[in-house]
Design a protein around this ligand. Structure first.
Ligand SMILES: Nc1ncnc2c1ncn2[C@@H]1O[C@H](COP(=O)(O)OP(=O)(O)OP(=O)(O)O)[C@@H](O)[C@H]1O
Ligand SMILES: [Mg+2]
Length: 233
C-alpha cells in the first residue's frame, strides 16, 4: 500500500500550517513521516536541517496523537512531566501545573486518566506536548473529541500559545472552520496515496480571537476553503 506519493512541502520556522482531507487519505501518515515515527521508503524529511530522528532525540518535536496515548497509571501531572524527564530535562512541575491550567485542567493535576473525560484526556495530551518545550508541534486532530465550545476556546488558546512560544505547528483537522481559524496556510490532501491537492494562504487578522469567528472575512474564507475541498478550483 502506497500511503504517500510525490509529496513535497516546506513549512517555515514559526509557521502554523493546517492539513485537511478526507478520512483515510494519509494525513496521519504525513505527520508520522515528519515526526520520524515512520521512515519513508524514498525521499527525505528534514527538520531544521536535521533528520526527524535527531530532532526527536533532542526533544524538538512534540506530538499530539489522534488518540491521547496517556499512561493510565500516572496522574495528569505526571503524564505532563514524564516526556520531559524521558528527554533528560527537569520535570518543571510548577510550570506543568500552569500548562494544565492553560488547557482548563486546574484541579485535575492529581487525577488519573480513567477519571477524566475523553476531551480532558486530550487536553492533558496537549499540555504534555506543550510542556516538552519542543519547537515543532505535530498535532493530529487534537480537538476531535472536544465539544464545539471547548473546541473554539482551545483553538484560540492554541493560537495564543503558538504566538507566545514561537512554535512551528503542523495541525491535522477534519474541520474546515478550524483549518481556517488556525492556519496561516492550509494544505488540502487527497488520497490515498496522499498528494497535495491544493493550498491556500489564510488572510485573516492576527491575533485571531473569538471575534474572528463572527467576522464576514472568516465566513468568506471558510466558504473559499470549502469550495477547494469539494474540488471547485
Ligand atoms: N500500518 C499500516 N498498514 C497498512 N496500511 C496503512 C497503515 N496505516 C495506514 N494505512 C493506510 O494508509 C492510508 C492513510 O492512513 P492515515 O492513517 O494516514 O489516514 P488519515 O488521513 O489520517 O485518516 P483519518 O482522517 O481517518 O485519521 C489509509 O488508507 C490506511 O488504510
Ligand atoms: Mg488520521
Amino acid at each position: 500500500m502506497t500511503a504517500l506519493r510525490e509529496f513535497d512541502v516546506s513549512v517555515e520556522e514559526g509557521e502554523f500550517v493546517t492539513v485537511i482531507g478526507p478520512s483515510g487519505c494519509g494525513k496521519t501518515t504525513i505527520l508520522r513521516a515528519l515526526g520520524g515515527l515512520q521512515e519513508p521508503t524514498t525521499g527525505t524529511v528534514s527538520i531544521g536541517g536535521a533528520s526527524p530522528a535527531t530532532a526527536r532525540s533532542n526533544a524538538n518535536i512534540g506530538f499530539v496523537f489522534q488518540d491521547h496515548a496517556l499512561l493510565p497509571w500516572k496522574t495528569a501531572l505526571d503524564n505532563v512531566t514524564f516526556l520531559r524527564e524521558m528527554a533528560g530535562k527537569p520535570a518543571a512541575t510548577e510550570q506543568a501545573r500552569e500548562v494544565l491550567s492553560t488547557v482548563g485542567l486546574e484541579g485535575f493535576a492529581d487525577a488519573h486518566p480513567a477519571a477524566l473525560s475523553g476531551g480532558m484526556k486530550q487536553r492533558v495530551a496537549i499540555a504534555r506536548a506543550l510542556h516538552l518545550g519542543a519547537d515543532v508541534l505535530l498535532m493530529d486532530e487534537p480537538f476531535g473529541e472536544l465539544d464545539e465550545l471547548t473546541r473554539e476556546e482551545m483553538s484560540v488558546e492554541i493560537r495564543r500559545i503558538w504566538r507566545d512560544y514561537r512554535k512551528t505547528v503542523v495541525f491535522v483537522t477534519h474541520s474546515i472552520p478550524e483549518a481556517v481559524l488556525l492556519g496561516d496556510r492550509c494544505l488540502g490532501i487527497e488520497g490515498p496515496p496522499a498528494t497535495l491537492a491544493w493550498e491556500r494562504e489564510i488572510e485573516l487578522p492576527r491575533p485571531r480571537d473569538q471575534q474572528v469567528f463572527e467576522s464576514t472575512a472568516f465566513q468568506e474564507e471558510v466558504a473559499a476553503v470549502r469550495r477547494l475541498f469539494h474540488g471547485d478550483r
